[in-house]
Design a protein around this ligand. Structure first.
Ligand code: SF4
Length: 458
């Protein structure tokens, strides 16, 4: 048992992180960039960094993730990465023909102090950027924040570089989703479409990282938000940002630069948060809620009521990314579960902790940042054992050690499939999540039931 030596006794730590509950900024930045059509992520650092970023995304999505690298070696580490980036821009446009190159920095280029704005200006002055093509960049040092911070930074860069104002407002609502699965991005669009609300959504990784296998290789899959649509977002009257940790700075930028009226709400995970999203869209777009969404909501409520005895009062511990955790915590609370622990490796300046306490009540143990790691999560679970864990792939070691069912949520998930195709957002996603939870509890009950209580009647 890999983690059997984790001690039960908790000693407060201020510097050491053991088994971090997060990964590095460029991974989130690359993921956000992939949500723009014909955009190629470019990692400004060593090949090793880029190999890691690509492999993390490729393993999670089980799809090949395209990205290029500045390929730092010893020379760039000493003298800076300008020559490498200039040559990369030349080569990438010549060989791979993207519409946009999205540069993210790495620990090494940040420590060197490469001035990327100056390098990109030089690239433009030397005509290395073909007419009509763009290069943008986000600063993503991995010695602070997490992959969610990187996603937020790249999303802000997308707004900064492409959103424009024509001086004339239109009725399309800009939707900015936090770091969620492509299936969730599809579900968010589905809700807007069912409502009949005109919208622009970015990033949108559906049909990019969850495409079909049809025997043809496409460097740039058909999905991703076109640049022309992103440009229009500066003319939106309203924007809805879903999940404040992943979208706050981009939403603020739309507000401050273009006076777009911005509403920041939780990701629509579970009944109450989906209600809030539907209601916000409904009011802004001036539409009524269609029968189909009412029906889907009713089905979720129906299953929740029918099988409430299997879920009510069950104890749950959660680890993962802040915006998803807020939604999941609300979902569990609405289902009558007892929330024991909620840990996020992403720092949010205390906003996450405050929101979780608002939802779950004062008894919950909630922590964010580098010390909210999986070692601490395991210790908490050893002291107060939940009936269920919600967390990423790495929680499987804790789940096995403690003999607790685990439902994989968040990033990364390397050892299961389905997250790319089946959402947890919206009413349909809520039903999917609820069924997974019920299956976990019922399977456990069947496994542990004595002969005389092992039966078909539920
Ligand atoms: S943490 Fe830093 S050095 Fe490591 S892969 Fe990420 S960017 Fe590269």
């Amino acid at each position: 048992m890999l983690l059997r030596h984790t001690p039960k006794e908790i000693i407060e730590r201020s510097a050491l992180t053991i088994n971090p509950a997060k990964t590095c900024q460029p991974i989130g930045a690359m993921y956000a960039a992939l949500g723009v059509h014909r955009c190629l992520p470019h990692s400004h650092g060593s090949q090793g960094c880029c190999a890691y970023h690509r492999s993390a995304l490729t393993r999670h999505y089980a799809d090949p993730i395209m990205a290029s690298t500045s390929s730092f070696t010893e020379g760039a580490s000493v003298f800076g990465g300008q020559a490498n980036l200039l040559e990369s821009i030349n080569n990438v446009f010549a060989l791979y023909d993207p519409e946009i190159i999205a540069v993210n920095t790495t620990c090494l280029s940040e420590v060197i102090g490469d001035d990327i704005t100056q390098i990109l200006n030089k690239a433009a002055a030397e005509n290395k950027i073909p007419h009509g093509k763009s290069v943008m960049y986000a600063s993503t040092p991995s010695f602070k924040g997490s992959h969610v911070t990187g996603y937020e930074n790249m999303l802000s860069a997308i707004v900064q570089n492409f959103a424009k104002s024509s001086g004339k407002r239109h009725n399309k609502i800009t939707i900015l989703p936090s770091f969620v699965e492509p299936s969730d991005m599809s579900e968010i669009k589905y809700i807007a479409e069912e409502l009949g609300a005109a919208y622009i959504m970015y990033p949108d990784t559906s049909d990019v990282v969850n495409g079909p296998l049809d025997g043809k290789f496409r460097m740039y899959p058909k999905g991703g938000t076109p640049k022309a649509l992103i440009e229009e977002s500066g003319d939106s009257e309203y924007a809805i940002a879903l999940g404040q940790t992943g979208t706050l700075s981009a939403a603020k930028l739309l507000d401050s630069k273009f006076k777009v009226k911005t509403k920041i709400i939780d990701l629509p995970i579970g009944i109450s948060a989906t209600d809030a999203f539907v209601d916000t869209l409904r009011k802004i777009a001036g539409v009524s809620v269609p029968e189909q969404l009412v029906r889907e909501r009713g089905q979720l409520v129906d299953v929740l009521c029918d099988k409430n005895q299997y879920i009510y009062g069950k104890k749950v511990s959660l680890s993962g990314d802040p915006d998803i955790l807020i939604g999941l915590t609300q979902f569990c609370k609405d289902a009558g579960m007892k929330i024991l622990h909620v840990l996020s490796g992403t720092p949010s300046g205390g906003k996450f902790v405050k929101r979780i306490k608002e939802i779950a009540g004062g008894d919950v143990i909630v922590k964010e940042g580098a010390q909210a790691d999986l070692f601490y999560f395991h210790q908490l679970i050893k002291n107060d054992k939940p009936d269920l864990i919600l967390g990423n792939t790495y929680c499987k070691y804790i789940a096995r050690d403690m003999d607790i069912p685990l439902i994989r949520t968040g990033f990364p998930i390397y050892d299961r499939v389905g997250h790319s195709y089946f959402p947890i957002t919206g009413y349909r996603g809520g039903l999917h999540l609820l069924i997974k939870m019920l299956d976990a509890f019922m399977d456990r009950q069947d496994r542990d039931a004595p002969e005389e209580q092992f039966e078909l009647v539920m």
